[in-house]
Design a protein around this ligand. Structure first.
Ligand code: SF4
Length: 331
């Protein structure tokens, strides 16, 4: 018998998966048959990880690269000089509640104040979302309408795909009506951790926008590119959506040339172009993920010796107040 085509998924599949995400470190450790890990059981930035992502982790391995990205460790409480709550100076780049302009010609819209997964290294882990709730209520969009020099809106968050399809369509329709906007870019990790977020409605609204839509995913390790996420990527590709990826260089996760090599190849096998490899931002609680710039540069040099240029991401650092991301010079 021919099985029904599983995707795109119905909208209740992802909201159910979101509601079932693991939020108790004990439950996560139990599921992975782990004990004796130096976990922070009451972190300020709580654990949140969907089951689909956990299913891609190795059992009984406290150093699993996917687990390291989500498990709160006691090391997060270490104080390190030069680490702050807002290392990218986003507070001073705010045009209106929910609208941040760091670079010429494009703005970030804080479209949703939450994420499906809590990445331990996140530079917005202490972001004051309560001050930015106006963005999808539209008054803030006046700042975009007024400036004809803005040609691109980046939907960010949190994770913008935490918006359900109906309000997301309303927002995109509103953006479509701003004549000088040419592109809408969606920065999201949601399809990675809950692939069912790629619903028929989402695909249709990306097809319907009069702007050019692209999705910038956030994948750090090749083991993430597996299971239903691969099906979701195929569906987005079939819909003609440009797919890019940005990763963060993280100690103990992807700071090895073999891992970065396989990540680039696996992404491209699934229609995603590796775009940026970010040096981690110095945000409080993330010092244990730091990889020195010189190591990052030598990793990229080693990748260049192995892969064609289009599979080598640009190694970048973001500096508060800079007029663009800084490309790190290779050694
Ligand atoms: S999905 Fe992105 S914004 Fe959300 S916690 Fe992870 S890195 Fe931060």
């Amino acid at each position: 018998m021919i099985q029904p085509k599983p995707i795109p998924w119905q909208s209740d599949a992802w909201t159910r998966a979101l509601a079932e995400a693991i939020t108790d470190p004990r439950e996560l450790l139990e599921r992975l048959e782990l004990d004796d890990v130096d976990v922070d059981f009451a972190p300020d930035f709580p654990l949140r990880v969907p089951v689909s992502f956990v299913e891609r982790m190795r059992m009984r391995d406290p150093n699993d690269p996917l687990l390291r990205q989500v498990l709160p460790l006691s090391a997060e409480r270490n104080v390190a000089p030069g680490y702050s709550a807002d290392p990218l100076g986003e507070a001073s780049a705010t045009l209106a509640p929910g609208v941040i302009q760091k670079y010429r010609g494009r703005v970030l819209l804080i479209a949703a104040p939450a994420c499906a997964v809590h990445c331990r290294y996140c530079f917005r882990r202490t972001f004051p979302y309560a001050d930015h709730q106006q963005a999808v209520a539209f008054p803030s969009l006046a700042s975009v309408e007024r400036d004809a020099g803005i040609s691109e809106v980046i939907l960010s968050g949190g994770d913008p795909l935490m918006l359900k399809d109906v309000p997301l369509r309303r927002l995109v329709t509103r953006l479509d009506a701003i004549p000088h906007l040419r592109r809408i870019r969606i920065h999201t990790r949601l399809p990675v951790v809950i692939p069912q977020r790629v619903t028929a409605e989402l695909i249709q609204l990306l097809r319907d926008t009069r702007t050019t839509a692209s999705i910038v995913l956030h994948v750090n390790h090749p083991n993430e590119v597996a299971g239903p996420f691969v099906d979701a990527l195929a569906e987005l590709h079939r819909a003609g959506i440009t797919l890019l990826n940005q990763s963060v260089l993280l100690a103990g996760v992807n700071d090895h040339v073999d891992v970065l090599d396989e990540l680039s190849q696996r992404l491209f096998d699934n229609h995603v172009l590796p775009y940026y490899l970010h040096l981690a931002d110095p945000v409080i609680g993330t010092h244990h993920f730091d990889v020195p710039e010189s190591i990052g540069a030598s990793l990229i040099a080693a990748l260049r010796a192995r892969l064609p240029g289009y599979l080598v991401p640009r190694l970048v650092r973001e500096v508060a107040g800079g007029d663009a991301k800084q490309i790190v010079a290779l050694t």
